[in-house]
Design a protein around this ligand. Structure first.
Ligand SMILES: [Zn+2]
Length: 431
């Protein structure tokens, strides 16, 4: 009980509207699709009226939309908002009336591309309420003891601040990923009911425990966020904790877009966001973003929606079948960041210098490493081509990128278009 009250105090300090949003979300947890769409339409109209009245940008953009009589389908008449547009018009889009409490947020993309913005208080509350509804699907109360794995280092001063707030929220956060820290984590895990954090960090810890034969049967949920969750991650986590990683899909701007239910389906938080799939791109409208309205925002992810499946969990919220990758990614070296054009140069150079022409697909799964999948061809001397390809890549990336080369069979009739570069390295995102 003590922790419940401390927790509620911590939440009140952070955001007084959180509980209200949570109880509303719990009420519509098993709503029908018609009921959910009615909620969306009502909130959409309110957001559009606000955006039109409060910003020059939307006054112009929404001038032909009759908001009062529109349907959800009419949303498609509004042009898509790109990331570049959002940044270029940010000052026009910001709506921060004096005296309104706002919460600072940022998306930190590739080097030098930090975008700062402020969230109105309901935007922030709706974001965290969506997380907590997800927790409830696993029988977890937000004040239960948790472990939190953060993906990057903070300054000492920030850590002290975070530690204090974490204490109020009954969670303990790890910043470092050393063996000593993992041993400390093992002790805390025995007293915790859930684990949350970056999937890669959780995976590292699970591998450490696996090797030492540690097993835990008290964890109700292992939540991975901000990064793609790979099958290899699930394997190690399942062995150690008896359950796979639960995915939370979202971003700093959009909030929690979808949350995975115990049946393994990613349900869209329809009460907070409208998700469209246009040419496989995720187009997001956050219904609570008033201080920076972004309507039909192109998030930068490829997704596949599933409009057929009726989930056995009983929820009618639409399902995101797959988040397939990020659009227009950069290549991350151990230190530097490179344009994908360097891959084209690498292969052109190989052809020009050595007369070797390869069909390739480049994949980056972690910073500082690159996998080149080369389509097998009888005319290629594989050992020779591999050596020369690595040499060619070295001309562009030096020692900053470890290159691995694999020869793979050509697959015909693949449903997905072969991409010349795919990155599975996530931009660091903070909320
Ligand atoms: Zn479900």
């Amino acid at each position: 009980m003590f922790h419940k009250y401390l927790y509620l105090l911590g939440e009140r300090i952070k955001n007084p509207y959180l509980q209200k949003h949570l109880s509303q979300l719990m009420q519509s947890d098993f709503a029908t699709i018609d009921e959910l769409e009615a909620i969306q339409l009502k909130r959409l109209k309110k957001l559009l009226h606000h955006a039109k009245n409060a910003t020059h940008f939307y006054k112009e953009r929404l001038k032909d939309i009759d908001i009062d009589t529109m349907t959800l389908d009419d949303l498609k008449k509004i042009p898509i908002l790109t990331k570049a547009e959002l940044k270029a018009h940010a000052d026009d889009l910001r709506n921060e009336p004096p005296g309104e409490s706002l919460i600072k947020a940022e998306t930190s993309g590739t080097t030098g591309e930090v975008f700062l913005f402020n969230k109105n208080i309901h935007w922030d509350a709706s974001f965290r309420a969506a997380q907590y509804r997800g927790y409830s699907w696993y029988g977890i109360k937000p004040w239960e003891k948790s472990l939190y794995f953060w993906g990057f280092k903070k300054s000492f001063k920030d850590r002290i601040k975070i530690r204090l707030l974490d204490f109020l929220l009954n969670r303990y956060r790890f910043f470092d990923y050393t063996n000593e820290e993992f041993e400390r984590a093992a002790k805390r895990i025995k007293e915790s009911t859930y684990i949350a954090g970056y999937s890669s960090s959780i995976h590292m810890m699970a591998e450490y425990f696996k090797k030492r034969g540690y097993r835990f049967d008290n964890i109700k949920m292992v939540k991975g966020t901000a990064e793609k969750v790979y099958d290899s991650y699930h394997k190690a986590v399942k062995e150690v904790f008896g359950r796979k990683i639960t995915s939370e899909y979202g971003s700093a701007e959009a909030g929690v877009i979808a949350y995975e239910c115990p049946e393994g389906n990613m349900h869209i938080v329809m009460e907070n966001v409208i998700v469209e799939e246009i040419e496989n791109k995720a187009i997001i409208t956050n219904l609570w973003a008033y201080s920076l309205p972004f309507i039909r925002f192109e998030l930068g992810d490829y997704i596949v929606l599933d409009n057929e499946t009726k989930c056995p969990c009983g929820r009618s919220h639409k399902i995101i079948k797959e988040v397939t990758g990020r659009i227009g990614r950069k290549i991350y070296g151990k230190e530097g960041v490179y344009s994908t054009i360097n891959i084209n140069h690498t292969f052109k150079n190989l052809s020009f210098k050595y007369g070797i022409e390869l069909a390739y697909s480049a994949k980056q799964y972690e910073k500082g490493k690159m996998l080149f999948e080369i389509t097998k061809d009888e005319s290629i001397d594989e050992a020779d081509a591999k050596e020369k390809l690595i040499a060619s890549a070295h001309e562009y990336f030096k020692d900053d990128l470890d290159v691995e080369v694999k020869f793979v069979e050509y697959k015909e009739g693949k449903s997905k278009k072969q991409k010349d570069f795919e990155s599975f390295v996530d931009e660091e995102v903070t909320a």
